[in-house]
Design a protein around this ligand. Structure first.
Ligand code: AMP
Ligand code: MG
Length: 487
């Protein structure tokens, strides 16, 4: 393990120092032949790194935790979690490490984190490793979400380790370098609560307030304020997922942040044909995390968060429960308001339009889109053209044309704003067949398709000539899509 004399950005060890009960000092496994596959240059600069340094052999070793700056203290974080409804008291970073935090100019900390960096004491039966395909998948989808203005962890780099990893076949190993507001999860609070150390729970809550929800510090009951704030950010987040047709796929409580960022892109996918029951994960047999269930699951997870915080909210259990339930009741209203506002933006319908009129327009349209199994993304994008008087592309996707024509007439009567619609309806999303194409090429050593896909999804709202391939649904031959978790 070598030390870097002049790191270009300072990696602090706040979590490691402040939460020794939840942090096991650990080191990343040495990679035999690390090769940088992709580097997020703008993010590197934003964090204060010199991108040229990160591309150098020493920089690549920093990106995977093989060369650790003097001041850094990498740790595996402890957390618990409900996985598919079942509680696991001890999950934690089995194949991940928090390298440290970088302070930005405004003093906000950002975690630099490794995924696929080798077994830790939390590894259980896992090999601690990750492979190129799924790590690039997280890179593509998280950067796409960021470009769609949806809160998310970011991806700084993917480095191939040069080590073959045993999955169904032998696959090239990789490490993802991930950046997040923090890695505090609902599961982190479940872990702290389960220790029965109220002091630890309080410190963790204070830390979450300071890092993510400082306004609740001023409230009479700051921990109730924290609960309310996390409910709000999650209600908004899940509404945004629903609006772009994103299915997270594994909404376990350990995969839900208190910052309100999307985290852990495992078996996630964007749906193509509109289907409220869409499920992509190979392990989600009951459809627990289907598209339409996501708001309900978020609410369920937030109830677990509330239970963890309860002793801080009030000394008296009954009163704590009453306060928490009242806060949780706010979820549906906030989710619905966010979703409805987003839908109005997608339809270009202004706030001046009567609520009931707008609501009927939204409901009827979704009914038609669902019945037609229309491609969700391209249908909404084509509505912008319909607002400009060119309805054929949208009509071509709908089965019940009489009903759609009647709808179009009522919609045009509220004078939809076509330009606003183009800012709300993306044209380029990481479609499953494009992601798969990019991943297989990169796994074979050709990163060209990956780079082109990233260019398309990095500016999702601006239509560009030559990118038609990236706007079109999967060909029939692609078949039903399944994704695999935890690989
Ligand atoms: P995930 O569903 O990917 O969020 O992971 C759930 C839990 O499984 C976490 O505690 C991970 O650290 C752990 N895990 C997933 N894959 C591996 C692996 N290959 N080796 C060790 N632990 C893993
Ligand atoms: Mg996880």
């Amino acid at each position: 393990m070598s030390h870097i004399a002049h790191p270009t950005a300072l990696l602090e060890g706040h979590f490691a120092r402040d939460f020794p009960e939840m942090a096991i000092p650990w080191r990343a496994e040495e990679a035999p032949d690390p090769q940088l596959l992709v580097l997020n240059q703008p993010l590197a600069v934003e964090l204060g790194f010199d991108p040229d340094f990160l591309r150098s052999p020493e920089g690549v070793r920093l990106l995977i935790g093989n060369a650790v700056p003097e001041e850094a203290n990498p740790v595996a974080q402890a957390y618990s979690g409900h996985q598919f409804g079942w509680y696991s008291p001890r999950l934690g970073d089995g194949r991940a490490l928090l390298l440290g935090e970088i302070a930005s100019a405004d003093g906000k900390l950002r975690d630099v984190h490794l995924k696929g960096s080798g077994r830790t004491p939390f590894a259980r039966n896992g090999d601690g490793r990750a492979v190129v395909g799924p790590m690039l998948r997280e890179y593509i989808v998280s950067e796409s979400m960021h470009a769609l203005n949806i809160p998310t962890t970011r991806s700084l780099a993917v480095v191939a380790t040069g080590r073959p990893v045993q999955r169904e076949t032998l696959l090239p190993g990789a490490v993802l370098t991930r950046v997040a507001g923090s890695h505090l999860r609902v599961g982190s609070f479940q872990f702290a609560r389960a220790t029965d150390d109220l002091g630890l729970l309080r410190r963790l809550a204070d830390n979450a307030i300071e890092r993510h929800h400082p306004s609740s510090a001023g409230e009479a009951n700051r921990y109730l304020g924290l609960l309310r704030d996390v409910i709000s950010v999650q209600a908004r987040l899940v509404a945004q997922w629903m609006l772009v047709g994103f299915v997270h796929g594994v909404m376990n409580t350990d995969n839900m942040t208190v910052s309100g960022e999307t985290i852990d892109y495992g078996p996630c996918a964007f749906m193509e044909g509109f289907d409220p029951g869409a499920v992509f994960s190979s392990i989600d047999e009951s459809g627990r995390y289907a598209y339409r269930n996501q708001p309900l699951v978020a609410e369920w997870n937030l109830a677990r968060f509330a239970e963890s915080l309860a002793p801080l909210i009030h000394d008296d259990e009954e009163q704590a429960v009453a306060l928490a339930v009242e806060a949780l009741n706010g979820f549906r209203q906030q989710y619905s308001a966010s979703w409805f506002n987003g839908m109005k933006a997608k339809l270009g319908v202004s706030d001046r339009v009567d609520h009931d009129v707008a609501s009927e327009l939204v409901d009827e349209l979704l009914g038609l889109v669902q019945e037609s199994r229309a491609d969700y993304t391209s249908f909404f994008r084509s509505l912008g053209k319909a607002a400009r008087g060119h309805a054929e592309p949208a009509r071509g996707m709908i089965v019940d044309l009489a009903a759609f024509d009647a709808w179009l007439e009522r919609w045009r009567a509220v004078t939809p704003d076509a330009d606003a619609m183009d800012r709300a309806n993306p044209i380029y999303i990481p479609r499953n067949h494009l992601v798969e194409e990019a991943l297989s090429a990169a796994t074979e050593g050709d990163t060209g398709p990956l780079e082109r896909l990233l260019q398309a999804v990095d500016s999702p709202y601006s239509e560009r000539p030559g990118l038609e391939h990236y706007a079109a649904p999967a060909p029939e031959s692609f078949g039903p899509y399944r994704t695999f978790c935890g690989t």
